[in-house]
Design a protein around this ligand. Sequence first.
Ligand SMILES: NC(=O)c1ccc[n+]([C@@H]2O[C@H](COP(=O)([O-])OP(=O)(O)OC[C@H]3O[C@@H](n4cnc5c(N)ncnc54)[C@H](OP(=O)(O)O)[C@@H]3O)[C@@H](O)[C@H]2O)c1
Length: 297
Amino acid sequence: MSDTNMSGKVIVITGATSGIGQVAAEQLAGMGARIVQVARDRERGEAAMNRLRELRPGVAHAIYYADLSRLSEMKRVAAEIAAAQPHVDVLINNAGAMFGSRQLTEDGMERTFALNHVSYFVLTHGLKARLLASSPARIVNTASDAHEPATLEFDDLQSARAYRGNFWESLRYGGPGFKVYARSKLCNILFTRELARRLAGTGVTANSLHPGFVATRFGDETGGLISFGIRIAKNFALSPQQGAETLVYLASSPDVAGVTGQYFHKCAPATPSKEAQDDSKAQRLWSETAALSGLPE
Ligand SMILES: NC(=O)c1ccc[n+]([C@@H]2O[C@H](COP(=O)([O-])OP(=O)(O)OC[C@H]3O[C@@H](n4cnc5c(N)ncnc54)[C@H](OP(=O)(O)O)[C@@H]3O)[C@@H](O)[C@H]2O)c1
């Protein structure tokens, strides 16, 4: 574990009831940080809170509940946290999943897009004032190297076409669910680039990362051939401890205090796909997401 002292730092993290986020939250709490987590399941949320309390008794960790695939809950939870926590040093957008078939949320958004991308956007928007007031501060977005084959099609952001796929695409991606997931992870990198550009000079940094292929609960509920393939592949995957390394590094290391707009893998800057470096697509994605979320640009 790092010897960086995070005492007095407040870290808001999503997806910390399991996998990479759980390990990262526990390690950061072990370094002295106060963890404010957003979870959807009360039983797993309470279990996560009990583990955190045991690590550092006396630190007032907090938990808020929200289904981050629903726009109203993203906005509500961001507003609740902003009202209760005057200080936010680090925001970690990490909750994510892959869905084998196309599902629409109550907002009419495709579920992968809503959870993996729109929740990052809305939570960041809701906590931006707190991060700016706490500058220097950091935003860390969990992306994936799964973004590499993806392209962004603005006339199909809700993946009506992408989920239909075709035989060749199924062979290439292992199923349409993976194609849509890959695109959502491309969105994470493009969002981070545009966010960093907009935050330049404020002391708030924004970086994204690929954690590696990690044996977590990821893929368990995707369904079909993809879940089967992931289950087999997990035998060769990193442990959640290894998978959390870059996340913890970006959230805490003094080495990256002023670094922004980068994509990291193995605690070092990495080069994402050409599509993920397209600044005009990053700007357009920002505008489209703001409009879809009913938020100002
Ligand atoms: N595992 C990998 O190989 C890998 C590789 C690259 C990137 N990633 C990325 O890493 C991140 C974390 O994934 P993981 O591997 O740690 O998977 P995981 O073990 O399945 O954890 C996912 C986390 O997201 C939460 N979550 C899922 N849906 C949610 C919703 N609707 N509302 C609120 N929270 C929700 C889960 O909560 P519950 O406990 O309630 O399910 C859980 O805490 C994801 O963004 C994923 O895309 C993973």
